[in-house]
Ligand binder design. Structure first.
Ligand SMILES: Cc1cc2nc3c(=O)[nH]c(=O)nc-3n(C[C@H](O)[C@H](O)[C@H](O)COP(=O)(O)OP(=O)(O)OC[C@H]3O[C@@H](n4cnc5c(N)ncnc54)[C@H](O)[C@@H]3O)c2cc1C
Length: 379
């Protein structure tokens, strides 16, 4: 069996996709070189909301028990308008079942779980890949230092502004999301919620999810506007965001007051998407955000990244050849990703409807969209 394994796999990028893939490859005995440009693991965005299919992917990574010990389970969702009226709710426990119960987890804790038990030197930090080239038999990553590393397959897990994608598909660029051009993520004291709770106003959305005792992970976006809050350090909340949520309920305003006083608890980032027709060029394949970054409407970024890692690792550990495995990976993953993109577009358009129309439609359409989105992802 070992002779069928690819000689070596280079993974570019040690975000959640790259670390998950490296984990699976090490466990399967596939030689892997993982190159990360930063000198420390990124903690952008503080925490992640993990729907049931992300939990299923973590079980496949052998981390079901560890994950159950960290973060907080999400048993219920409340969708509210900006007057605090409950528009509809979702029983997530009933939908996903106990084994795949959604969770909200701090990103650093998730990364630590993915790195658990792996060789300490597996991830090579401060090793930015500058150029990629390939022949019929090999692919080569050239580092900024000039050093060249060759393998039979190179996996671009290097995020939304992927260098690997720029090599393989130079015309493919990240685009602003339909939902909004930018958003804020933050950690804050729990202002009194006990479920995943979103408030949607005429042009702004505020989401809070319990992530630990007394603490919530939050996400806020203001659609259509210039990226308010885009300051020199890219994190502070500008006056526009305070105005956008001025008529929201007290729990939202209390949280905003906290964030204004604690700007270090806020991470601002553009909301960008990647939509490309193929993820493979010869011995190069893209996974995670590099292949299909999608606005976090259904919180599928990490789920899809982990599922990609599992799918590619399954193919490689079964002896997949570096020159053909990309096409097989793509055949296995394309329909699922396309489904998430289509449902993201539907919900993004709904979020931009006039609030009066949206609030009339959502009690019926909201639960239906939830089932339509997540139903196919349960398998
Ligand atoms: C506002 C917002 C909220 C979100 N909320 C959620 C959520 O609640 N749940 C969820 O599931 N998803 C969420 N997501 C999406 C999620 O964060 C991403 O989909 C996921 O982290 C993608 O992981 P990745 O490993 O593919 O990419 P990344 O995390 O971007 O990792 C890429 C890595 O590659 C490295 N790299 C880049 N270039 C090079 C190079 N040339 N050489 C070497 N290394 C390189 C980078 O330094 C980085 O470490 C959200 C996204 C946004 C923007």
């Amino acid at each position: 069996m070992a002779s069928n394994l690819p000689e070596n796999v280079i993974v570019v990028g040690a975000g959640l996709a790259g670390v998950a893939l490296s984990r699976r490859l090490v466990q399967a005995g596939v030689p892997v070189t993982t190159l990360e440009r930063r000198d420390a693991f990124a903690n952008d965005g503080f925490a992640v909301n993990l729907p049931g299919n992300a939990i299923a992917a973590l079980h496949q990574l052998g981390l079901g028990d560890q994950i159950a010990q960290i973060g907080r389970p999400t048993r219920r969702r409340e969708y509210r308008d900006h007057h605090d009226r409950l528009v509809f709710e979702i029983d997530e426990d009933a939908f996903w079942g106990a084994e795949h119960r959604p969770r909200c987890i701090k990103r650093a804790d998730l990364l630590a779980a993915l790195l658990d038990d792996l060789p300490g030197d597996l991830i090579q930090m401060s090793r930015p890949v500058a150029e990629i080239g390939q022949t019929d038999t090999t692919v080569t990553a050239r580092l900024e230092t000039g050093e060249a590393i060759s393998a039979s397959l190179l996996v671009g897990a290097d995020g939304v502004h992927s260098r690997t994608r720029a090599y393989a598909f130079p015309a493919a660029k990240a685009q602003s999301a339909v939902l909004s051009r930018a958003s804020w993520r933050f950690l804050a004291p729990n202002p009194g919620i006990d479920a995943w709770t979103v408030w949607a106003g005429p042009s702004s959305i505020f989401l809070l999810i319990p992530v630990s005792d007394g603490e919530v992970y939050g996400w806020a976006s203001v659609s259509g506007s210039a990226p308010a809050g885009e300051t020199a350090n890219g994190s502070a909340l500008g006056p526009d965001i305070a105005a956008a949520f001025a008529r929201f309920p007290k729990r939202v305003r209390d949280t905003l007051d906290y964030l204004v006083a604690h700007p270090g608890s806020v991470h601002w980032s553009p909301l960008e998407e990647v939509r490309i027709d193929t993820w493979t060029k010869g011995r190069v394949v893209l996974i995670g955000d590099a292949a299909h970054a999608t606005a976090p409407v259904w919180a599928q970024g990490v789920a899809l990244a982990l599922e990609d890692a599992n799918a590619l690792a399954d193919l490689l550990s079964a002896g997949g050849d570096g020159s053909t495995v990309g096409a097989r990976f793509e055949a296995a993953r394309r329909a699922r990703v396309r489904h998430v993109q289509a449902m993201t577009d539907k919900m993004s358009r709904a979020a931009r409807m006039p609030a009066v129309v949206r609030n009339l439609l959502m009690p019926v359409v909201g639960p239906k969209r939830y089932r339509q989105t997540y139903g196919p992802l349960r398998t």
